[in-house]
Ligand binder design. Structure first.
Ligand SMILES: Cc1cc2nc3c(=O)[nH]c(=O)nc-3n(C[C@H](O)[C@H](O)[C@H](O)COP(=O)(O)OP(=O)(O)OC[C@H]3O[C@@H](n4cnc5c(N)ncnc54)[C@H](O)[C@@H]3O)c2cc1C
Length: 467
Protein backbone atom coordinates (compact mmCIF):
# COMPACT_ATOMS: atom_id res chain seq x y z
CA UNK A 1 0.00 0.00 0.00
CA UNK A 2 1.15 3.56 -0.74
CA UNK A 3 2.34 5.35 2.38
CA UNK A 4 -0.22 8.16 1.90
CA UNK A 5 -3.08 5.65 1.82
CA UNK A 6 -1.69 3.91 4.88
CA UNK A 7 -1.42 7.18 6.81
CA UNK A 8 -5.03 7.94 5.84
CA UNK A 9 -6.06 4.58 7.34
CA UNK A 10 -3.91 5.08 10.42
CA UNK A 11 -5.49 8.50 11.09
CA UNK A 12 -8.85 6.77 11.46
CA UNK A 13 -7.51 3.90 13.59
CA UNK A 14 -8.22 3.69 17.35
CA UNK A 15 -4.95 5.16 18.59
CA UNK A 16 -4.64 7.48 21.59
CA UNK A 17 -5.20 11.23 21.39
CA UNK A 18 -1.57 11.92 22.39
CA UNK A 19 -0.13 9.95 19.44
CA UNK A 20 1.16 12.05 16.53
CA UNK A 21 1.69 11.56 12.81
CA UNK A 22 4.01 13.82 10.83
CA UNK A 23 4.11 13.67 7.06
CA UNK A 24 5.78 16.89 5.93
CA UNK A 25 9.59 16.66 5.53
CA UNK A 26 9.80 20.41 4.82
CA UNK A 27 8.88 21.14 8.47
CA UNK A 28 11.76 21.91 10.84
CA UNK A 29 10.56 19.58 13.59
CA UNK A 30 10.25 16.69 11.09
CA UNK A 31 13.88 17.22 10.05
CA UNK A 32 15.01 17.66 13.67
CA UNK A 33 13.51 14.36 14.64
CA UNK A 34 15.59 12.66 11.92
CA UNK A 35 18.84 13.71 13.64
CA UNK A 36 20.97 10.63 14.37
CA UNK A 37 24.32 9.98 15.98
CA UNK A 38 25.50 9.16 12.44
CA UNK A 39 24.26 10.35 9.06
CA UNK A 40 25.42 7.13 7.39
CA UNK A 41 22.51 5.67 5.35
CA UNK A 42 20.22 8.48 6.54
CA UNK A 43 17.00 8.54 4.51
CA UNK A 44 13.86 10.65 4.59
CA UNK A 45 10.83 8.53 5.54
CA UNK A 46 7.32 8.92 4.15
CA UNK A 47 6.09 9.66 7.69
CA UNK A 48 7.11 9.70 11.32
CA UNK A 49 4.58 8.12 13.65
CA UNK A 50 4.76 8.77 17.41
CA UNK A 51 2.82 6.23 19.52
CA UNK A 52 1.97 7.25 23.08
CA UNK A 53 0.97 3.88 24.58
CA UNK A 54 1.80 0.21 24.13
CA UNK A 55 -1.62 -0.32 22.56
CA UNK A 56 -0.77 2.40 20.03
CA UNK A 57 2.37 0.46 19.08
CA UNK A 58 0.40 -2.77 18.66
CA UNK A 59 -2.30 -1.07 16.56
CA UNK A 60 0.24 0.72 14.33
CA UNK A 61 2.33 -2.43 13.81
CA UNK A 62 -0.77 -4.51 12.98
CA UNK A 63 -1.96 -1.98 10.40
CA UNK A 64 1.50 -1.67 8.85
CA UNK A 65 1.73 -5.46 8.54
CA UNK A 66 -1.71 -5.67 6.90
CA UNK A 67 -0.73 -2.91 4.46
CA UNK A 68 2.83 -4.25 3.88
CA UNK A 69 4.29 -0.86 4.70
CA UNK A 70 7.89 -1.06 6.04
CA UNK A 71 8.74 0.61 9.33
CA UNK A 72 11.57 0.82 11.82
CA UNK A 73 11.56 1.71 15.51
CA UNK A 74 13.66 4.58 16.80
CA UNK A 75 14.46 5.20 20.47
CA UNK A 76 17.69 7.17 21.08
CA UNK A 77 18.79 7.42 17.43
CA UNK A 78 22.34 6.24 18.17
CA UNK A 79 22.45 3.62 15.44
CA UNK A 80 22.47 3.85 11.66
CA UNK A 81 19.54 1.43 11.43
CA UNK A 82 16.58 3.50 12.60
CA UNK A 83 15.99 4.94 9.17
CA UNK A 84 13.73 4.07 6.22
CA UNK A 85 12.99 5.59 2.80
CA UNK A 86 9.89 7.44 1.52
CA UNK A 87 7.84 4.25 1.12
CA UNK A 88 7.97 3.55 4.87
CA UNK A 89 7.71 5.22 8.28
CA UNK A 90 9.74 5.64 11.42
CA UNK A 91 8.04 4.56 14.62
CA UNK A 92 9.49 7.25 16.86
CA UNK A 93 9.18 6.15 20.50
CA UNK A 94 10.11 9.50 22.05
CA UNK A 95 6.66 10.16 23.56
CA UNK A 96 7.15 7.03 25.70
CA UNK A 97 9.98 7.87 28.09
CA UNK A 98 8.49 7.12 31.48
CA UNK A 99 10.42 5.15 34.11
CA UNK A 100 8.89 3.75 37.29
CA UNK A 101 10.96 2.47 40.18
CA UNK A 102 9.66 -0.18 42.58
CA UNK A 103 11.77 -0.14 45.73
CA UNK A 104 10.08 -3.21 47.15
CA UNK A 105 11.02 -5.50 44.27
CA UNK A 106 14.17 -3.47 43.47
CA UNK A 107 13.21 -3.13 39.83
CA UNK A 108 12.72 -0.31 37.35
CA UNK A 109 10.35 -0.41 34.39
CA UNK A 110 11.23 1.76 31.40
CA UNK A 111 8.92 2.58 28.49
CA UNK A 112 9.89 1.93 24.88
CA UNK A 113 11.60 5.26 24.17
CA UNK A 114 13.31 5.88 27.54
CA UNK A 115 16.92 6.97 27.25
CA UNK A 116 19.75 5.70 29.44
CA UNK A 117 19.81 9.08 31.23
CA UNK A 118 16.08 8.78 32.10
CA UNK A 119 16.62 5.41 33.77
CA UNK A 120 19.81 6.40 35.59
CA UNK A 121 18.09 9.51 37.00
CA UNK A 122 14.89 7.73 38.09
CA UNK A 123 16.84 4.97 39.86
CA UNK A 124 19.32 7.40 41.43
CA UNK A 125 16.53 9.55 42.89
CA UNK A 126 15.33 6.52 44.86
CA UNK A 127 18.83 5.45 45.97
CA UNK A 128 19.54 2.82 43.32
CA UNK A 129 22.02 2.20 40.52
CA UNK A 130 20.57 1.11 37.19
CA UNK A 131 22.78 -1.08 35.00
CA UNK A 132 23.20 0.94 31.81
CA UNK A 133 25.72 2.08 29.22
CA UNK A 134 27.71 5.26 29.69
CA UNK A 135 26.04 7.63 27.20
CA UNK A 136 22.83 9.22 28.51
CA UNK A 137 21.19 9.88 25.12
CA UNK A 138 21.41 6.26 23.90
CA UNK A 139 18.10 4.34 23.97
CA UNK A 140 17.89 2.28 27.19
CA UNK A 141 15.90 -0.62 25.74
CA UNK A 142 17.90 -1.16 22.51
CA UNK A 143 21.23 -1.00 24.34
CA UNK A 144 20.08 -3.36 27.13
CA UNK A 145 18.38 -5.96 24.92
CA UNK A 146 21.46 -5.91 22.66
CA UNK A 147 23.73 -6.97 25.54
CA UNK A 148 24.38 -3.86 27.58
CA UNK A 149 28.06 -3.18 28.13
CA UNK A 150 28.31 -1.26 31.39
CA UNK A 151 30.91 -0.06 33.82
CA UNK A 152 28.95 -1.84 36.57
CA UNK A 153 29.69 -5.24 34.94
CA UNK A 154 32.29 -6.30 37.54
CA UNK A 155 29.69 -5.90 40.30
CA UNK A 156 26.34 -6.95 38.84
CA UNK A 157 26.83 -8.29 35.31
CA UNK A 158 25.77 -6.79 31.99
CA UNK A 159 22.60 -4.85 31.24
CA UNK A 160 20.90 -7.87 29.67
CA UNK A 161 21.69 -10.03 32.73
CA UNK A 162 19.52 -7.68 34.75
CA UNK A 163 16.40 -8.06 32.59
CA UNK A 164 13.47 -9.43 34.60
CA UNK A 165 10.57 -9.16 32.14
CA UNK A 166 9.28 -7.26 29.14
CA UNK A 167 6.18 -6.36 27.20
CA UNK A 168 6.65 -6.77 23.48
CA UNK A 169 4.75 -6.27 20.22
CA UNK A 170 5.48 -9.30 18.06
CA UNK A 171 5.85 -9.70 14.30
CA UNK A 172 2.10 -10.45 14.21
CA UNK A 173 1.30 -7.22 16.04
CA UNK A 174 0.34 -9.06 19.25
CA UNK A 175 1.17 -7.56 22.62
CA UNK A 176 2.75 -10.19 24.87
CA UNK A 177 4.51 -10.46 28.23
CA UNK A 178 7.94 -12.08 28.41
CA UNK A 179 9.02 -13.37 31.81
CA UNK A 180 10.07 -16.55 33.64
CA UNK A 181 6.36 -17.52 33.60
CA UNK A 182 5.21 -16.34 30.17
CA UNK A 183 6.89 -16.80 26.78
CA UNK A 184 10.05 -17.77 28.64
CA UNK A 185 11.94 -18.75 25.48
CA UNK A 186 11.92 -15.10 24.42
CA UNK A 187 13.62 -14.08 27.67
CA UNK A 188 16.70 -15.87 26.31
CA UNK A 189 16.41 -13.93 23.03
CA UNK A 190 15.87 -10.48 24.51
CA UNK A 191 18.95 -10.89 26.70
CA UNK A 192 21.29 -10.03 23.83
CA UNK A 193 19.37 -10.24 20.55
CA UNK A 194 16.17 -8.41 21.43
CA UNK A 195 16.19 -5.90 18.56
CA UNK A 196 15.45 -8.75 16.13
CA UNK A 197 12.29 -10.21 17.71
CA UNK A 198 9.82 -7.36 18.13
CA UNK A 199 9.28 -3.94 19.65
CA UNK A 200 9.79 -3.98 23.38
CA UNK A 201 7.15 -1.61 24.72
CA UNK A 202 8.49 -1.73 28.28
CA UNK A 203 11.37 -3.44 30.01
CA UNK A 204 11.65 -4.32 33.70
CA UNK A 205 15.17 -4.63 35.06
CA UNK A 206 16.83 -5.25 38.42
CA UNK A 207 18.29 -2.19 40.08
CA UNK A 208 20.85 -2.22 42.87
CA UNK A 209 21.10 -0.22 46.10
CA UNK A 210 23.80 2.45 45.81
CA UNK A 211 25.39 0.77 48.83
CA UNK A 212 26.99 -1.78 46.42
CA UNK A 213 29.45 1.02 45.64
CA UNK A 214 30.70 0.86 49.21
CA UNK A 215 30.81 4.62 49.68
CA UNK A 216 28.70 6.90 51.87
CA UNK A 217 26.10 8.55 49.64
CA UNK A 218 26.74 6.23 46.68
CA UNK A 219 29.56 8.14 45.05
CA UNK A 220 32.17 6.82 42.65
CA UNK A 221 35.52 8.34 41.88
CA UNK A 222 36.00 9.55 38.33
CA UNK A 223 38.69 11.45 36.45
CA UNK A 224 39.61 12.46 32.92
CA UNK A 225 43.32 12.46 32.19
CA UNK A 226 44.94 14.00 29.09
CA UNK A 227 48.42 12.91 28.00
CA UNK A 228 50.70 13.80 25.14
CA UNK A 229 50.60 11.20 22.31
CA UNK A 230 54.21 10.27 23.04
CA UNK A 231 52.87 8.56 26.21
CA UNK A 232 50.44 6.29 24.32
CA UNK A 233 52.22 2.98 24.98
CA UNK A 234 52.95 3.93 28.60
CA UNK A 235 49.28 4.78 29.20
CA UNK A 236 48.23 1.43 27.69
CA UNK A 237 50.75 -0.42 29.88
CA UNK A 238 49.45 1.32 33.01
CA UNK A 239 45.78 0.72 32.04
CA UNK A 240 46.49 -3.00 31.55
CA UNK A 241 48.17 -3.10 34.96
CA UNK A 242 45.13 -1.41 36.58
CA UNK A 243 42.75 -3.86 34.90
CA UNK A 244 44.76 -6.87 36.06
CA UNK A 245 45.28 -5.73 39.64
CA UNK A 246 41.87 -4.33 40.57
CA UNK A 247 38.29 -5.60 40.77
CA UNK A 248 36.19 -2.41 40.63
CA UNK A 249 37.82 -0.25 37.96
CA UNK A 250 36.91 1.00 34.52
CA UNK A 251 39.27 2.79 32.13
CA UNK A 252 38.49 3.99 28.61
CA UNK A 253 41.80 5.09 27.09
CA UNK A 254 42.89 5.91 23.57
CA UNK A 255 43.79 8.40 20.90
CA UNK A 256 41.26 11.13 20.17
CA UNK A 257 41.25 14.54 18.46
CA UNK A 258 41.43 17.62 20.70
CA UNK A 259 39.88 20.97 19.85
CA UNK A 260 40.59 23.47 18.37
CA UNK A 261 42.95 21.91 15.78
CA UNK A 262 41.82 18.31 16.24
CA UNK A 263 45.40 17.25 16.88
CA UNK A 264 45.73 13.89 18.64
CA UNK A 265 45.91 13.45 22.39
CA UNK A 266 45.75 10.42 24.62
CA UNK A 267 42.66 10.59 26.79
CA UNK A 268 41.76 8.28 29.66
CA UNK A 269 38.36 8.41 31.34
CA UNK A 270 38.65 6.43 34.56
CA UNK A 271 36.03 5.39 37.09
CA UNK A 272 36.49 3.50 40.34
CA UNK A 273 33.43 1.86 41.89
CA UNK A 274 34.52 2.77 45.41
CA UNK A 275 36.14 5.40 47.57
CA UNK A 276 38.59 8.15 46.60
CA UNK A 277 41.37 6.59 48.69
CA UNK A 278 40.93 3.17 47.02
CA UNK A 279 40.67 4.82 43.60
CA UNK A 280 43.91 6.73 43.93
CA UNK A 281 45.64 3.53 44.94
CA UNK A 282 44.00 1.51 42.12
CA UNK A 283 44.84 4.07 39.42
CA UNK A 284 48.31 4.93 40.74
CA UNK A 285 50.10 3.51 37.64
CA UNK A 286 48.14 5.94 35.41
CA UNK A 287 48.30 8.95 37.74
CA UNK A 288 52.07 8.47 38.11
CA UNK A 289 52.45 9.10 34.37
CA UNK A 290 51.86 12.81 35.03
CA UNK A 291 49.02 13.79 32.70
CA UNK A 292 49.37 17.14 30.85
CA UNK A 293 45.89 18.19 31.95
CA UNK A 294 43.34 16.74 34.36
CA UNK A 295 40.03 18.40 33.38
CA UNK A 296 38.10 16.40 35.99
CA UNK A 297 39.09 14.41 39.09
CA UNK A 298 36.53 14.02 41.81
CA UNK A 299 34.06 11.94 43.75
CA UNK A 300 30.77 12.10 41.85
CA UNK A 301 27.28 10.80 42.61
CA UNK A 302 26.75 7.58 40.62
CA UNK A 303 23.79 9.25 38.88
CA UNK A 304 26.18 11.79 37.32
CA UNK A 305 29.01 9.48 36.26
CA UNK A 306 27.90 9.41 32.61
CA UNK A 307 28.72 13.13 32.25
CA UNK A 308 32.35 12.08 31.76
CA UNK A 309 31.37 10.40 28.47
CA UNK A 310 29.39 13.29 26.96
CA UNK A 311 32.03 13.88 24.27
CA UNK A 312 30.90 10.70 22.51
CA UNK A 313 27.22 11.52 22.11
CA UNK A 314 27.11 14.41 19.62
CA UNK A 315 24.74 13.79 16.71
CA UNK A 316 25.48 14.28 13.00
CA UNK A 317 28.50 13.73 10.76
CA UNK A 318 29.38 10.48 9.03
CA UNK A 319 30.41 7.95 11.65
CA UNK A 320 31.02 4.23 11.88
CA UNK A 321 31.93 2.41 15.06
CA UNK A 322 33.65 -0.95 15.09
CA UNK A 323 33.81 -2.67 18.49
CA UNK A 324 36.37 -5.47 18.34
CA UNK A 325 36.52 -7.84 21.30
CA UNK A 326 39.71 -9.44 22.60
CA UNK A 327 39.28 -12.52 24.76
CA UNK A 328 42.34 -12.16 26.98
CA UNK A 329 44.22 -9.17 28.31
CA UNK A 330 47.45 -10.46 26.70
CA UNK A 331 45.91 -9.96 23.25
CA UNK A 332 46.33 -6.18 23.63
CA UNK A 333 49.92 -5.10 24.16
CA UNK A 334 51.14 -1.56 24.96
CA UNK A 335 52.72 -1.23 21.48
CA UNK A 336 49.26 -1.73 19.95
CA UNK A 337 48.39 1.73 21.25
CA UNK A 338 51.30 3.09 19.18
CA UNK A 339 49.77 1.43 16.13
CA UNK A 340 46.39 3.03 16.88
CA UNK A 341 48.10 6.44 17.01
CA UNK A 342 49.87 5.81 13.70
CA UNK A 343 46.71 4.57 12.00
CA UNK A 344 44.80 7.67 13.09
CA UNK A 345 47.64 9.90 11.82
CA UNK A 346 47.45 8.15 8.44
CA UNK A 347 43.73 8.93 8.16
CA UNK A 348 44.07 12.57 9.31
CA UNK A 349 46.94 13.23 6.93
CA UNK A 350 45.22 11.84 3.84
CA UNK A 351 41.75 13.17 4.67
CA UNK A 352 41.71 16.18 7.05
CA UNK A 353 37.91 15.90 6.82
CA UNK A 354 38.28 12.69 8.86
CA UNK A 355 40.39 14.18 11.66
CA UNK A 356 37.66 13.38 14.21
CA UNK A 357 38.58 9.69 13.81
CA UNK A 358 40.05 7.98 16.87
CA UNK A 359 40.03 4.83 18.94
CA UNK A 360 39.56 3.91 22.57
CA UNK A 361 40.22 0.73 24.48
CA UNK A 362 37.83 -0.29 27.23
CA UNK A 363 39.72 -1.87 30.13
CA UNK A 364 37.11 -3.07 32.66
CA UNK A 365 38.37 -5.06 35.60
CA UNK A 366 36.97 -8.52 36.19
CA UNK A 367 34.89 -8.80 39.32
CA UNK A 368 33.17 -11.30 41.54
CA UNK A 369 30.20 -11.44 39.15
CA UNK A 370 32.31 -13.09 36.43
CA UNK A 371 32.56 -16.19 38.59
CA UNK A 372 28.78 -16.73 38.73
CA UNK A 373 27.75 -19.24 36.07
CA UNK A 374 24.05 -19.71 36.71
CA UNK A 375 22.67 -16.92 34.53
CA UNK A 376 25.13 -17.13 31.70
CA UNK A 377 23.09 -18.92 29.04
CA UNK A 378 21.48 -16.13 27.05
CA UNK A 379 21.73 -14.65 23.54
CA UNK A 380 24.52 -12.36 24.81
CA UNK A 381 27.74 -14.07 23.76
CA UNK A 382 30.47 -11.61 24.75
CA UNK A 383 30.92 -12.50 28.37
CA UNK A 384 34.41 -13.77 27.54
CA UNK A 385 35.65 -10.38 26.33
CA UNK A 386 38.53 -9.02 28.38
CA UNK A 387 39.06 -5.83 26.38
CA UNK A 388 36.97 -3.99 23.81
CA UNK A 389 38.83 -2.00 21.14
CA UNK A 390 36.49 0.69 19.85
CA UNK A 391 37.54 1.99 16.44
CA UNK A 392 35.64 5.20 15.70
CA UNK A 393 35.59 6.42 12.08
CA UNK A 394 34.28 9.99 11.79
CA UNK A 395 34.36 12.21 8.74
CA UNK A 396 32.53 15.11 7.18
CA UNK A 397 32.66 13.58 3.69
CA UNK A 398 32.17 10.12 2.24
CA UNK A 399 35.72 9.74 0.90
CA UNK A 400 37.17 10.45 4.34
CA UNK A 401 34.76 7.99 5.98
CA UNK A 402 35.53 5.24 3.45
CA UNK A 403 39.25 5.66 4.02
CA UNK A 404 38.92 5.79 7.82
CA UNK A 405 36.84 2.61 7.64
CA UNK A 406 39.39 0.88 5.41
CA UNK A 407 42.13 1.77 7.91
CA UNK A 408 39.92 0.59 10.81
CA UNK A 409 39.53 -2.82 9.09
CA UNK A 410 43.33 -2.99 8.78
CA UNK A 411 43.66 -2.11 12.47
CA UNK A 412 41.11 -4.78 13.37
CA UNK A 413 43.23 -7.42 11.58
CA UNK A 414 46.31 -6.22 13.45
CA UNK A 415 44.77 -6.29 16.91
CA UNK A 416 43.41 -9.77 16.24
CA UNK A 417 46.89 -11.12 15.51
CA UNK A 418 47.21 -12.88 18.89
CA UNK A 419 43.69 -14.33 18.70
CA UNK A 420 42.37 -17.66 17.35
CA UNK A 421 39.75 -17.29 14.61
CA UNK A 422 37.00 -18.92 16.71
CA UNK A 423 37.46 -16.17 19.31
CA UNK A 424 36.81 -13.32 16.84
CA UNK A 425 34.20 -11.01 18.35
CA UNK A 426 32.33 -7.90 17.21
CA UNK A 427 29.84 -6.26 19.59
CA UNK A 428 26.42 -6.77 18.03
CA UNK A 429 25.13 -3.41 19.32
CA UNK A 430 27.50 -1.65 16.91
CA UNK A 431 27.25 -3.83 13.81
CA UNK A 432 24.69 -5.64 11.71
CA UNK A 433 27.14 -6.50 8.94
CA UNK A 434 30.04 -8.31 10.62
CA UNK A 435 29.84 -12.12 10.25
CA UNK A 436 27.00 -13.38 12.43
CA UNK A 437 29.28 -15.90 14.14
CA UNK A 438 31.41 -13.02 15.46
CA UNK A 439 28.37 -11.19 16.85
CA UNK A 440 26.55 -14.21 18.30
CA UNK A 441 29.22 -16.74 19.15
CA UNK A 442 28.75 -20.49 19.45
CA UNK A 443 26.93 -22.87 17.11
CA UNK A 444 24.41 -23.94 19.73
CA UNK A 445 23.46 -20.31 20.50
CA UNK A 446 23.09 -19.48 16.81
CA UNK A 447 20.89 -22.50 16.17
CA UNK A 448 18.69 -21.63 19.12
CA UNK A 449 18.33 -18.03 17.91
CA UNK A 450 17.55 -19.19 14.35
CA UNK A 451 14.91 -21.54 15.69
CA UNK A 452 13.34 -18.77 17.81
CA UNK A 453 13.41 -16.37 14.87
CA UNK A 454 11.61 -18.90 12.65
CA UNK A 455 8.93 -19.26 15.28
CA UNK A 456 8.47 -15.59 16.18
CA UNK A 457 9.44 -13.59 13.09
CA UNK A 458 9.71 -15.91 10.05
CA UNK A 459 9.08 -13.11 7.55
CA UNK A 460 11.80 -10.84 8.91
CA UNK A 461 9.57 -7.97 10.05
CA UNK A 462 12.34 -7.04 12.52
CA UNK A 463 15.24 -7.56 10.08
CA UNK A 464 16.39 -10.81 8.45
CA UNK A 465 18.93 -11.47 11.19
CA UNK A 466 19.14 -15.26 11.92
CA UNK A 467 16.91 -16.19 8.95
C1 LIG B 1 28.05 7.12 21.47
C2 LIG B 1 27.55 5.73 21.71
C3 LIG B 1 27.74 5.14 22.95
C4 LIG B 1 27.29 3.85 23.19
N1 LIG B 1 27.50 3.30 24.42
C5 LIG B 1 27.09 2.04 24.66
C6 LIG B 1 27.32 1.42 25.93
O1 LIG B 1 27.89 2.03 26.84
N2 LIG B 1 26.88 0.15 26.11
C7 LIG B 1 26.23 -0.54 25.13
O2 LIG B 1 25.87 -1.69 25.35
N3 LIG B 1 26.01 0.01 23.91
C8 LIG B 1 26.44 1.27 23.65
N4 LIG B 1 26.22 1.83 22.42
C9 LIG B 1 25.57 1.03 21.37
C10 LIG B 1 24.05 1.23 21.45
O3 LIG B 1 23.58 0.50 22.55
C11 LIG B 1 23.36 0.73 20.18
O4 LIG B 1 23.83 1.41 19.06
C12 LIG B 1 21.84 0.87 20.29
O5 LIG B 1 21.22 0.14 19.27
C13 LIG B 1 21.42 2.33 20.18
O6 LIG B 1 20.10 2.46 20.58
P1 LIG B 1 19.31 3.81 20.26
O7 LIG B 1 17.95 3.65 20.77
O8 LIG B 1 20.07 4.98 20.74
O9 LIG B 1 19.34 3.83 18.68
P2 LIG B 1 18.14 3.73 17.62
O10 LIG B 1 18.80 4.01 16.33
O11 LIG B 1 17.00 4.58 18.01
O12 LIG B 1 17.68 2.23 17.73
C14 LIG B 1 18.52 1.17 17.28
C15 LIG B 1 17.67 0.02 16.79
O13 LIG B 1 17.10 -0.62 17.90
C16 LIG B 1 15.81 -1.13 17.55
N5 LIG B 1 14.86 -0.58 18.54
C17 LIG B 1 14.66 0.70 18.91
N6 LIG B 1 13.76 0.76 19.90
C18 LIG B 1 13.38 -0.51 20.17
C19 LIG B 1 12.50 -1.10 21.11
N7 LIG B 1 11.81 -0.39 21.99
N8 LIG B 1 12.37 -2.47 21.09
C20 LIG B 1 13.08 -3.24 20.23
N9 LIG B 1 13.94 -2.73 19.32
C21 LIG B 1 14.09 -1.37 19.31
C22 LIG B 1 15.51 -0.70 16.13
O14 LIG B 1 15.82 -1.77 15.27
C23 LIG B 1 16.49 0.43 15.92
O15 LIG B 1 16.87 0.53 14.58
C24 LIG B 1 26.65 3.12 22.16
C25 LIG B 1 26.47 3.72 20.91
C26 LIG B 1 26.92 4.99 20.68
C27 LIG B 1 26.74 5.60 19.32
Amino acid sequence: MEIATFIGKLSKAPISGEAKIWIDPSKTDFQESLARWTDVDKKVPGAIVFPATENDIATIVKLALEASVPFVAKAGGHSSWSTVGPHGFILDLSLMRSVTVDSESQTATASAGALIGDVVKAADEKGYAAVTGTVDSVGFIPSTIGGGITLLAPLVGFGSDNIVSARMVTAKGDLITISEDENRELLYAIKGAGQFFGIVTSLTVKIHPLSILGTPGGTVWSATLIFDVSKGAAVAKAAIQVKQNTTRSYCLAGVLPAPPNLDPIIMAVIVHLGSKADAEEAFKPLLDLEPMVIPARDEVPFGKVNKAFQAFESKGGLKKWLAVGLTSTEQFQPEDMTLLIEQRAKVAEKFPSAKMTGSVIEFTSSGPWDKVTAEKETAWSHRDIATWCHLLCWSFDEEGLDYAHEVAQETKEHIRQRQEEEEFSIYSNFSRTAPIGERFKGQERLEKLRDLKLRWDPDGVFTNEFL
